[in-house]
Ligand binder design. Structure first.
Ligand SMILES: Cc1cc2nc3c(=O)[nH]c(=O)nc-3n(C[C@H](O)[C@H](O)[C@H](O)COP(=O)(O)OP(=O)(O)OC[C@H]3O[C@@H](n4cnc5c(N)ncnc54)[C@H](O)[C@@H]3O)c2cc1C
Length: 426
């Protein structure tokens, strides 16, 4: 609507630009053109649908997540009511097409959901992120019609998803994985091996498992299988105890002769490496959103305390220039992280090459999250160091941003590869 109005303003300006001075008419025209282009002037502009998602999540996070954050962290367990709430509010199928019962919304909507959840609890945020931007995206993008018909509605309404790539022997070098898939007499595949560090593993019902069907072919044997929790031979061996995002489950999984029907191969045999790379490139934008949201959450709480609550030397601590300059600097860092995040998100959404931008967004957001969460603890003094305000939790939660979905070094490596190609004109 606004662009229609802007275009007619532009036409009106052009029409009225006949008499008087050329300078005036030029000014009018440029002013009207600025209005016409207003929809392209800020990367912070969102569609009505995206803003609706943002509002829904903010309300859900305040009403349902916030009261449970401390207890979930202490218990190192996700409250089932939170997961059910995400399903009930349509947050587990943000991009899922409407024919499967999803919202059919934009990638940026999914990113805003992750960011908004992280403002309140980065654990809940990563649960949502892995489910939406990795698992649902993989099934939607690579699944056969039969697989999509079978799993998309379930992922959208009742079953959490897990993405199982890492193993004890393979982290940054993900394709060195050792889990084997062997064809049996029926043409189905038998999985044997272990996965490590698997997010959502405890709550999930659907697991995307990467296994090698032909190790002699190296990464070209890697294949992605859809595994259900009930498949015999599948088990959770251990739940990790962690520094941060403690309510998010991170588990070791065992596969002992797990028979997976051949129909449950996601994409093509031997194309698992491509699925993993493409999904993780996109998933990194999700982690950037998690880290950006975390920084925003910590910042908002601590600045509110400094400007409105805490007085020392007869004035609010936020009145001191020493505090104000630190807060202003942090605000600039958050803004920079958000710009990189939304830029990567829009590029991906519009089909532009986005791998370098996604790596930059993830790298910067994880650095900003660590910096801001650390500062926020300091700004709240002793209160920040206690468990009362969850500031120390943001600080602990921030560290994971530099590790999962590609460590900081791996992001730098990705960015550097692009720089090299650009410099060499390739
Ligand atoms: C809480 C949590 C949740 C996770 N969730 C999932 C999940 O859902 N699914 C999944 O598949 N995986 C998951 N992971 C695994 C995660 O992606 C890996 O931990 C990560 O990729 C790093 O691998 P690694 O831990 O083996 O570290 P390593 O690869 O051993 O790296 C150790 C150090 O060496 C550096 N390094 C390694 N290679 C290079 C290099 N070439 N150049 C420079 N430096 C290098 C790294 O940057 C790092 O600092 C999760 C991990 C954690 C901790």
């Amino acid at each position: 609507m606004s662009s229609v109005l802007a275009r007619s303003a532009l036409r009106a300006a052009a029409r009225s630009a006949t008499p008087r001075t050329v300078a005036n008419s030029t000014r009018n025209f440029h002013a009207a053109r600025a209005v016409a282009n207003a929809s392209q002037t800020s990367i912070f502009q969102f569609s009505e649908d995206e803003l609706m998602f943002k509002d829904t999540v903010a309300k859900f996070a305040a009403d349902v997540v916030a009261p449970r954050v401390r207890e979930m962290d202490e218990k190192e367990d996700m409250d089932p009511a939170v997961i059910q709430g995400m399903f009930d509010n349509g947050l587990m199928g943000v991009e899922t097409p409407e024919e499967y019962g999803g919202a059919g919304a934009s990638f940026t909507s999914a990113i805003l959901v992750v960011e908004e959840l992280a403002r309140v609890d980065p654990s809940v945020s990563v649960c949502n992120d892995v489910h939406n931007t990795l698992v649902s995206t993989c099934v939607r993008s690579w699944g056969s019609k039969e697989l999509k018909d079978k799993y998309m509605p379930i992922l959208n309404s009742e079953r959490v998803g897990s993405f199982c790539l890492s193993e004890p022997v393979s982290g940054s070098d993900a394709f060195a994985l050792k889990t084997r898939a062997t064809k049996n007499a029926d043409g189905d595949y038998v999985l044997n091996g272990s996965k490590m560090w698997i997010t959502n593993a405890k709550e999930a019902g659907i697991y995307l498992v990467f296994a090698n069907v032909a190790p002699e072919q190296g990464y070209k044997g890697i294949t992605c299988f859809v595994v259900e929790k009930e498949f015999p031979g599948f088990s959770i061996a251990k739940k990790e105890k962690k520094l941060g995002i403690r309510a998010s489950s991170t588990c070791v999984l065992n596969f002992d002769d797990v028979v997976v029907p051949k129909e449950n191969i996601l994409g093509e045999l031997g194309k698992g490496y491509k699925i993993a790379i493409e999904c993780l490139n996109e998933g990194r934008i999700g982690i950037a959103a998690q880290m950006t949201g975390l920084a925003m959450g910590a910042f908002e709480r601590a600045t509110s305390y400094a400007f409105n609550d805490r007085k020392q030397f007869g004035q609010y601590i936020g009145d001191f220039q020493g505090m104000q300059f630190q807060m202003a600097q942090a605000a600039v860092e958050i803004e920079a992280a958000r710009l990189l995040l939304y830029n990567a998100s829009r590029m991906k959404e519009n089909g532009l090459p986005f791998v370098k931008e996604a790596a930059m967004a993830k790298l910067k957001a994880s650095q900003v999250a660590e910096l801001v969460a650390s500062r926020a603890v300091e700004w709240m003094g002793g209160v920040g160091f206690t468990r009362e305000e969850n500031l120390e939790k943001f600080y602990r939660d921030a560290k994971i941003g530099a590790i999962y979905e590609g460590t900081t070094n791996i992001q730098l490596q990705t960015i550097a590869k692009f720089l090299q190609k650009e410099a060499q004109g390739k």
